[in-house]
Design a protein around this ligand. Structure first.
Ligand code: RM4
Ligand code: MN
Ligand code: MN
Length: 424
């Protein structure tokens, strides 16, 4: 369904006075106000095609109404998100969950919705119907060369789909690992993975990247062959300049200092980008900012500082994407919340008094350094995010607008109450 712009404008109009009051209250204290608004207004976060339906766990899956039944309907849902927040102008496809059968018409539909295609994701963690060899014991690291070859060919096919859609990156996440000590020779598993990735790397177009994602456990519970950023960094370094390390926030053990990892990867030019989500225990795939918004802010603080140090364009230099799954929420509402949370953390990082922070660090003034960061974190930047959205033609309050426009009810009417989207 397409959202008429005048309906969003009307809602904005009703909230204009309240917004203006709040905005002016905060704006007076922000020295770099126009810069912050400008940066926010060009900042976009890609939406994964597999997050538009209700996710589940191994214990069950409770579908919501009006879930997208096809890739076309998923694109329309991202179009809805983008029409409301003007910050989600691309979609990332997971193949074979979402195969673009007719690239020309899929691209035209995306363009109609103001969207383009972000990274394409391969899937060698599940067996597909009609697949010759099984990935039960891994894919790119498999002891059997024939399985590795099949997995390499799948990745090359995903690149082919991505080329048709003008994607510029292949995202690889492997579930390869072992469940029990003794099951696997770590060195040969790593070497096999490297060799397989080298074959995939050789098939990348010149202007493409391959993003190597890591994760400590699940579905394997003893070892994962690309288990942490060190292992991913080792692979991406050996592969070459087109390979980088992808950071999924949920793929760390509790207490890991993710902002430090991000800072160093960025310094080395090896940070591919993000899969944003939040977690309390493991790869929970919860709404971004729902559990630990301070960590998210600290990550953005490193990003802004590190990108500025290297003269990088915040909006385009790395990949910004959500990777979440919603068991109990309306997926569109959840994604809108996630994008808002990301923009809030980004805005907070943009208002950090960087000069003062550097001075405090150089004076070992620990208390002041903390004050400076928390001053920014405790600034209510929501009206700055709203103002940037307004200037772009989006809604002041995207989730409120989604509810007031009864979008889910429309989708249920159009698609039915019992529909199931592809994905996990
Ligand atoms: C993995 C990982 C990948 C995602 C799959 C569905 O845990 O986060 O990025 O594609 O889940
Ligand atoms: Mn991920
Ligand atoms: Mn994950």
């Amino acid at each position: 369904m397409q959202i008429e712009k005048y309906t969003v404008d009307e809602l904005n109009h009703q909230q204009a006075a309240k917004h203006q009051r709040r905005f002016e209250g905060v704006a007076t204290d922000i020295n770099n106000l126009e810069e912050v608004l400008q940066k926010l207004s060009v900042f976009n976060i890609a939406i994964p095609s597999w997050a538009l339906g209700t996710g589940g766990t191994r214990f069950g899956r409770f579908s919501g109404g009006g879930e997208p039944r096809s890739l076309e309907e998923k694109i329309e849902d991202v179009g809805v998100i983008h029409a409301l927040n003007k910050s989600s102008n691309s979609i990332s496809l997971h193949i074979p969950w979402d195969i673009p059968e007719n690239a020309t018409s899929i691209k035209a539909l995306a363009a109609q919705n103001g969207l383009h295609f972000d990274a394409v994701n391969s899937n060698t963690f599940q067996d597909q119907k009609d697949q010759k060899l099984s990935y039960k014991f891994g894919s790119l690291h498999h002891v059997d060369k024939a399985v590795r070859k099949q997995a390499v060919e799948h990745n090359i096919e995903v690149i082919k789909y991505g080329k048709q859609l003008n994607s510029k990156a292949l995202s690889v996440w492997l579930s390869d690992g072992s469940n029990f000590p003794g099951q696997l020779n770590f060195r040969s598993a790593f070497q096999n993975t490297l060799e397989s990735l080298q074959e995939i790397y050789a098939a990348l177009p010149d202007d493409w990247k391959v993003w190597v994602e890591y994760k400590p456990y699940e579905p394997n519970f003893y070892s994962t062959t690309i288990g942490d950023w060190g292992q991913s960094y080792l692979l991406s370094s050996k592969l070459g300049p087109k390979a980088q390390t992808l950071v999924d926030l949920g793929h760390h053990l509790q207490g890991t200092n993710i902002e430090q990892i991000v800072s160093l990867l960025l310094m080395e030019g090896k940070l591919a980008g993000f899969h944003f989500n939040d977690s309390k225990y493991g790869d929970d795939d919860l709404t971004v900012g729902s559990i630990n918004p301070y960590q998210l802010f600290l990550i953005f603080n490193e990003l802004v500082e590190g990108m500025d140090a290297r003269g990088m364009d915040h909006a385009t230099a790395i990949g910004w994407m959500i990777d979440a799954s919603h068991n109990v929420k309306d997926p569109i509402e959840d994604l809108l919340q996630s994008v808002q949370a990301i923009k809030i953390a980004y805005a907070q990082a943009l208002v950090v008094d960087k000069k003062a922070l550097v001075a405090a660090q150089n004076n070992n003034d620990v208390a002041l350094a903390q004050e400076i960061l928390q001053q920014a974190y405790r600034t209510d930047v929501r009206s700055l995010v709203a103002e940037a959205s307004l200037r772009n033609g989006g809604a002041l309050d995207p989730i409120g607008a989604y509810r007031k426009l009864n979008i889910r009810e429309h989708l249920i009417k159009e698609r039915g109450l019992k529909t199931v989207a592809t994905g996990l």
